[in-house]
Design a protein around this ligand. Structure first.
Ligand SMILES: Cc1cc2nc3c(=O)[nH]c(=O)nc-3n(C[C@H](O)[C@H](O)[C@H](O)COP(=O)(O)OP(=O)(O)OC[C@H]3O[C@@H](n4cnc5c(N)ncnc54)[C@H](O)[C@@H]3O)c2cc1C
Length: 410
């Protein structure tokens, strides 16, 4: 699939993450004659987690055709068969959990089959891309949350950011198929035993293991007391620098999963990282670099995490929706690159308002739940709780992940 760069490109993308590829596909489907060149720095996609993909985003916003490739793509990704337009509405309900690797594979093979060119090269700067393609007038920065293109094109004050929650994430693998705690009883009862509220995300079993992610919502002080830990440079659960109460809560939650969901932890698989869930948006979604003559009329468009970030499983979905809109704008032949940038910027407040309002709403719901489970843990008449014997068993379990020697396996 790897290809050299094309001689003449109508649209150049920097970044072949899911949103970059999706947007390139949408543009190509709307204008099959367009030469699309995508640059990606890594041959293997670097993210590795499970995504919740809402059917709505892809099925309602993506351009449809009767192409069998498209049918195969949708079936691979959503697990649903594409039907008639009216059926598309009923199919659009619900969501699917998919591994980043599987989504990337499906997108790359679909993009390749449509004739989108992917070259594996790092683009150092917007000027670098424009020098490689002096003929091109449309450039798309889909280079992720830390987008260098955005920083270089918009300068210091490239985005606005609003922190919502401080989160400590524990990721590990379970042997075989792992179950989920029942949310309204088991998860709720467990949360009442803990200071830091937790949510769990259990992926699909593949090759004998199931990925599990536990997210602990913590206060800023606990978060700051935890040493820097990222997905690429994580801590282990037996690290003495983990704040004691947090460590105790993680142990409690994992013990409940072991005893109540029959989970068998895969040794050496636990990784701890911390992250702030925040809303952010680029100051602009597009910039025009109009030169002295019309031939230099070039626009840069930001999409995906390069444009905006929203927590609570919406980032990819909002990227797909905005990417579909951008695919339409990019292929309007009667609009100049400058006019396209204006149109894309003009719809930006709608995208931001919609996503930020939804994320803030979810955040308020999470805060209310946190207050409720704390209050209900205190009241003497509370009945929905683990009994004392069960609590003793959870506390007594010396979970493997916390014992010395449980280090990441190569
Ligand atoms: C743990 C975790 C869980 C998540 N879960 C969900 C979820 O359940 N649902 C959801 O909707 N979203 C979720 N998200 C968010 C989702 O993963 C992102 O929104 C999505 O990956 C963004 O896609 P993207 O294509 O914009 O950027 P990215 O996936 O970051 O891709 C950017 C690409 O650009 C490439 N690149 C960067 N710089 C250059 C350069 N200079 N030259 C060439 N290539 C370059 C990178 O190598 C990368 O491949 C989650 C994120 C994380 C971290």
């Amino acid at each position: 699939m790897e290809a050299a760069r094309v001689q003449r490109a109508d649209i150049v993308f920097v970044g072949a993450g899911p949103v970059g590829l999706w947007t390139a596909i949408q543009a190509k489907k709307r204008n099959p004659q367009a030469q699309i060149q995508v640059y990606e720095r890594y041959t293997e996609y670097q993210r590795s987690h499970v995504l919740r993909l809402e059917h709505f985003s892809m099925l309602l916003y993506g351009k449809k055709s009767k192409n069998p490739l498209e049918k195969r793509f949708y079936e691979e990704v959503t697990g649903k068969k594409l039907g008639t337009l009216s059926a598309a509405f009923s199919q659009a309900v619900g969501s699917v959990f998919i591994r980043t690797h599987d989504l990337e594979k499906a997108l790359k093979s679909y993009a390749g089959a449509l004739g989108i060119n992917i070259a594996y090269e790092k683009i150092e700067s917007p000027q670098d891309a424009m020098d490689l393609h002096p003929e091109c007038r449309h450039f798309v920065a889909a280079d992720g949350a830390h987008s260098n293109m955005r920083k270089m094109l918009l300068g210091e004050n490239d985005k606005q950011e609003f922190p919502l929650q401080y989160v400590v994430e524990v990721k590990y693998q379970a042997n075989g198929k792992a179950g989920q705690l029942d949310f309204s009883s088991e998860n709720y009862k467990t949360n009442k035993l803990m200071q830091n509220m937790a949510f769990e995300y259990v992926g699909r079993e593949k090759e004998g293991t199931t990925p599990v992610t536990l997210r602990f919502f913590t206060d800023k002080q606990t978060y700051d007391n935890l040493p820097q830990a990222s997905f690429k440079q994580p801590l282990t659960l037996n690290d003495g620098r983990l704040p004691q109460r947090l460590s105790q809560d993680i142990q409690t939650y994992m013990s409940v999963r072991a005893l109540k969901a029959g989970e068998e932890y895969r040794e050496g698989s636990a990784k701890v990282s911390k992250l702030t869930l925040s809303l952010y948006a680029a100051r602009k979604f597009a910039v025009n670099l109009l030169g002295k003559n019309k031939g230099q009329d070039r626009s840069w468009f930001f999409v995906g995490d390069a444009a905006m970030g929203v927590p609570y499983f919406r980032a990819l979905n909002s990227g797909i929706i905005i990417g579909s809109q951008l695919g339409t704008i990019l292929t309007r032949k009667w609009l100049s690159p400058k006019a396209k940038a204006m149109v894309f910027n003009a719809i930006r407040p709608l995208n931001i308002a919609w996503e930020f309002t939804a994320a803030r709403g979810k955040n308020l719901g999470i805060k209310a739940y946190d207050k409720f489970r704390r209050a209900s843990a205190e009241v003497p008449w509370e009945m929905v709780k683990w009994d004392d014997k069960e609590v003793q068993d959870f506390r007594a379990l010396n979970h493997r992940a916390f014992r010395p020697g449980d280090e990441p396996q190569p």
